[in-house]
Design a protein around this ligand. Structure first.
Ligand code: GLY
Ligand code: MN
Ligand code: MN
Length: 481
């Protein structure tokens, strides 16, 4: 008995010690005051007597029993800073009374601490850790949810997102599957079309909050964008025609990680020649870029906030006359769109300005015969908001101060297009991230050159990674088929 107790005590000490002694981690995560402020701002927008419910994202299978790197539901991260799965947050418009007479206006159910599981799948905050680190007063472990005296059936409106997908039948009371089941029971939901479930209000409230950025969020975005530009610039300096698309992707992502970006904000797009005409090309399988243009739409994510930057550069360091012509058209379209940006301008203003330049340019070059055919070569929108999602939430009304958007015109001329074949295989997109200000905008990604002259000048410089040459593989030299 004594030994057992000692064992437990020892385990406890080890757990607390290991959690407290995690060394040298970043010190610039969003502070708990930020998340608290966002919950208060949400509460102010919620209708009377309502509750808002936000579930953690479901862990997703990569292969057999291996999961993808867990990615939190951005809305839950925004409101709490919690990065673990199997959790649910309740925000109440009005204060609720607990059985012991205390009052609360938010409840958070999280994973329990479990030293054995933590050795396999990583550290957990647990309820106490979440209280201390995230600054939420009423935190319980998920296995307490079933017994928790919470009657959600009396709420006229339950504001929530569509339920997480791919939720696997669980093993414990506190896992996402069971939290969802118990939520359905507590709310007495007939099904997911129950009229008390207000998905629209959830979308509106979270879009309204997330579409303008706080100073804390601007720190994250500025960092994500600068890291992305740093990667684009190093690749501009080191690119050679014998490099592969995957190698460029690797170099970019290495630079991201070198500066503390944990993930990419979206699958990196590195496409040479006609691959650059595939808008979301992510195979990156061409083994030699050769003398083609290389379109690189690669953005770092910093503490959850994503940049979105595209540069298109000539592998040989100089644009050919045709590449130069198409590139300049895209550049001019982007400049025209930039000029419209300010507090109160609209996406329509910016899109019209870019369309005018591209439409007139393609007509002038004889690539289209009618302006309405512009969509053949410029088939996407001008841009979007960025933030915790690379395509971030917004109501897409007029642009406002403190919004951060991309401006990303492009022209893509697939081989066999209905135009002179000298244009075939040219794909150009230039994508930059802009902060809307009262009088105009700030170009956050200005650090990565965009003009033809500036790109060619930087490409002529040496990179610190130029001499990073690895030997050929030794054990597998010939394929046996
Ligand atoms: N990287 C995806 C996009 O530009 O929207
Ligand atoms: Mn984009
Ligand atoms: Mn992009």
């Amino acid at each position: 008995m004594q030994r057992k107790l000692f064992g437990c005590f020892f385990l406890f000490i080890v757990t607390v010690f290991s959690a407290a002694s995690q060394k040298d981690v970043p010190t610039d995560y969003l502070p708990k005051e930020f998340h608290k402020g966002r919950r208060e701002a949400a509460r102010a927008l919620m209708p009377d007597s309502s509750v808002m419910v936000v579930f953690a994202a479901s862990p997703r299978t990569f292969s057999n029993d291996v999961e993808y790197l867990y990615h939190q539901n951005p809305d839950l991260y925004y409101f709490t800073g919690y990065k673990e799965p199997h959790a649910v947050l309740f925000l109440f418009k009005d204060a609720q009374t607990a059985p012991d007479g205390s009052s609360y206006n938010e409840l958070f159910f999280v994973q329990e601490k479990n030293p054995v599981m933590e050795q396999w799948t990583g550290r957990r905050l647990g309820d106490q850790g979440a209280k201390e680190k995230l600054g939420i007063a009423a935190v319980y472990t998920g296995n307490k949810f079933k017994e928790f005296p919470l009657d959600l059936s009396s709420f006229p409106k339950i504001i929530m997102d569509v339920l997480p997908v791919d939720v696997k039948k669980g093993r414990g009371d506190g896992d996402l599957y069971n939290l969802l089941q118990q939520f359905r029971t507590k709310a007495a939901l007939a099904d997911e079309k129950d009229p008390r479930l207000d998905y629209k209000a959830f979308r509106q409230i979270t879009s309204k909050l997330r579409e303008t950025k706080t100073p804390e969020e601007m720190y994250m975005l500025r960092k994500a964008v600068e890291i992305s530009c740093m990667a684009h610039n190093e690749v501009m300096k080191t690119l050679r025609p014998d490099m592969s698309e995957l190698e460029i992707q690797g170099l970019m992502e290495y630079v991201h990680k070198r500066y503390g970006s944990e993930e990419v904000g979206y699958g990196s797009i590195v496409g040479a020649g006609e691959n650059g005409c595939i808008l979301h090309y992510m195979e990156n399988s061409r083994t030699k870029i050769g003398n083609d243009l290389l379109l690189m739409d690669v953005g770092a994510s910093y503490h959850g906030y994503s940049a979105d930057v595209t540069r298109t550069i000539p592998a040989r360091g100089k644009f050919s006359p045709e590449e130069r012509t198409i590139y300049q058209l895209v550049y001019d379209a982007q400049e025209a769109a930039f000029k419209t940006l300010k507090d109160g301008s609209t996406w329509a203003d910016a899109s019209k300005a870019a369309n005018e330049v591209i439409g007139n340019g393609l007509l002038r070059l004889g690539i289209i015969k009618d302006k309405k055919d512009i969509r053949k070569y410029y088939p996407h929108g001008l841009g979007h908001h960025i933030g915790l999602d690379v395509h971030d939430k917004s109501e897409y009304g007029p642009l406002k101060k403190d919004m951060v958007i991309t401006i990303e015109p492009g022209i893509y001329i697939m081989p066999n297009s209905d135009c002179d074949k000298k244009w075939w295989g040219i794909g150009v997109r230039i994508e930059d991230d802009a902060l809307i200000t009262e009088k105009g905008y700030e170009l956050l990604s200005a650090f990565a050159p965009r003009s033809i002259e500036a790109v060619e000048k930087l490409m002529a410089e040496n990179s610190v990674i130029d001499n990073y040459k690895l030997p050929a593989l030794k054990t597998v030299q010939k394929k046996p088929f």
